[in-house]
Design a protein around this ligand. Structure first.
Ligand SMILES: C[S@@+](CC[C@H](N)C(=O)[O-])C[C@H]1O[C@@H](n2cnc3c(N)ncnc32)[C@H](O)[C@@H]1O
Length: 219
């Protein structure tokens, strides 16, 4: 993620209300820069249609749009979406991004529709996280790419850090890979990667990324 803003440490946001509260707490919570894993994976892809799930303030969606992608940016925080839309207007990218206020817990994206489905740090209080990842995977068009990145579980959080108590909110690349039908997916990569050093968590913990990349087989 685009990095957290400075300021006093707070409990990580995982509900709609806590995310909105987080976004209201500062004029900009993230840096606005694209996430490193997105840049690494999407730079070589031809621009097409993309779904950014949990788009936040839109750093990734704006980066994709500026490279010629048509982006659907989904988030359940109207505050975050409003910021993304304002930035898009400033950058003359309004017609390239559809900002959608949806709850990914229940929203079903159109199936087989996006050349890229990307989700970064989608840490939330999921009732059925696997079903949510299944819906995101189903939205990838044949031949398209699924990229899901999260904060790696582990000691890096430090003892007593709030995330250590949010096992349901954290996921691994393997959790995501588990929902993919091997007959439909190829080139499945599950890795732990260093995070962009400029994007340290606001606690100062350099938490690595857990990264899933997969291609949906072309029909
Ligand atoms: C940690 S932030 C990351 C934002 C952005 N992907 C980035 O990397 O800068 C997680 C985002 O997911 C959104 N989110 C969490 N749960 C969601 C849900 N159930 N439906 C839609 N958006 C959700 C939050 O509002 C927040 O903007």
């Amino acid at each position: 993620m685009s990095e957290h803003g400075h300021g006093p440490a707070r409990q990580p946001a995982i509900t709609r209300d806590s995310y909105d509260e987080l976004y209201r707490s500062a004029p900009a919570v993230w840096t606005g820069r694209p996430n490193g894993q997105l840049v690494a994976e999407a730079t070589g892809l031809p621009p097409g249609t993309a779904l950014d799930a949990g788009a936040g303030e839109g750093g990734d969606a704006l980066w994709l749009a500026a490279r010629g992608w048509r982006v659907t940016a989904v988030d359940f925080s109207p505050v975050a979406l409003g910021r993304g839309a304002a930035k898009a207007a400033e950058l003359l990218l309004t017609d390239r991004i559809d900002w959608r206020h949806e709850d990914l817990e229940v929203w079903t994206p159109p199936e087989a529709s996006f050349d890229l489905v990307t989700a970064h740090y989608l840490h939330s209080a999921w009732t059925d996280r696997a079903a949510m990842f299944r819906r995101l995977a189903a939205a990838v068009a044949p031949g398209g790419t699924l990229l899901v990145v999260g904060h790696q579980h582990g000691e890096q959080w430090g003892h007593g850090h709030a995330h250590a108590h949010e096992a349901g909110a954290l996921y691994t690349a393997q959790d995501v890979a588990a929902v993919l039908d091997p007959d439909e997916w190829t080139d499945v990569v599950t890795e732990t990667r260093d995070r962009d050093p400029g994007a340290a968590h606001r606690t100062g913990n350099p938490v690595p990324d857990t990264v899933l990349v997969a291609r949906r087989r072309a029909v």
